[in-house]
Design a protein around this ligand. Sequence first.
Ligand SMILES: O=C(O)c1ccccc1NCC(=O)[C@H](O)[C@H](O)COP(=O)(O)O
Length: 268
Amino acid sequence: MSTTPNILDKIIAQKRLEVGERKELYPVRLLEKSLYFESTPVSMRKYIQRPDLSGIIAEFKRKSPSKGIINAHAPVERTTIGYMQAGASALSVLTDKPFFGGSNEDLTLARRFNFCPIIRKDFTIDEYQVLEAKSIGADAILLIAAVLTPAESKTLATLAHSLGMEVLLEVHDEAELQANLEVGADMIGVNNRNLKTFEVSIEISKRLAPLIPASVVKVSESGISSPETIRILREVGYEGFLMGENFMKHSRPEKAALEFIEQLTARV
Ligand SMILES: O=C(O)c1ccccc1NCC(=O)[C@H](O)[C@H](O)COP(=O)(O)O
């Protein structure tokens, strides 16, 4: 078993420093002046459930701790517009720079060219980041159970909701799921990737599916690379499918997404 100790700890330690710096550079009163602060977010939950779309949340991700560089050159505009035109239900944009090569500017650029919901994919640990997500044009935020207490998740989710954004709460096992059922997340994402070992298995999504309340939209995250896997995940109740590397590893990720969604549609 390949182990990469403490990547989450490293990411969170770095994030704390980064958030401290950003608070000084861009105080909340500046964030609140952003045009997006007053905008009405688009419901990611509703888009995932739209029968005319694929349920796929297509991710813009340049690199990752598990894979290194995935795609250093794909432009945000062409890729995200292409994802949407291909039939993705929503976009996920990584905004973490040190570990994923993303930025807030990537999300704002995607926002400028797309009307579909966009989730800010980052490691949210502070209320400041929720305000920041709103200010850069996000419709939803990710909360990762492995790095937050349920009380912290609830506070962050409540703030996100007060700004009109939705919350995707990510879990990886039964204990995380049970501990966070009262957070009030709009969507629960089961990460098929163990963020400590980087092992990927959709068995985790299958195992946790019956434990997720019916009122919450189920999303399966990571390691999805075939329409057949989506068919299996749909059978156990998943409506959302977060996919990054499988598209981004191609020089034209949006073409890969189109081909994938065409195959998916042809098979069901
Ligand atoms: O992807 C990683 O290596 C990773 C490492 C540590 C924390 C988070 C990580 N990934 C974030 C994600 O959840 C994925 O980007 C997302 O689910 C898409 O996964 P994939 O389709 O396998 O690119």
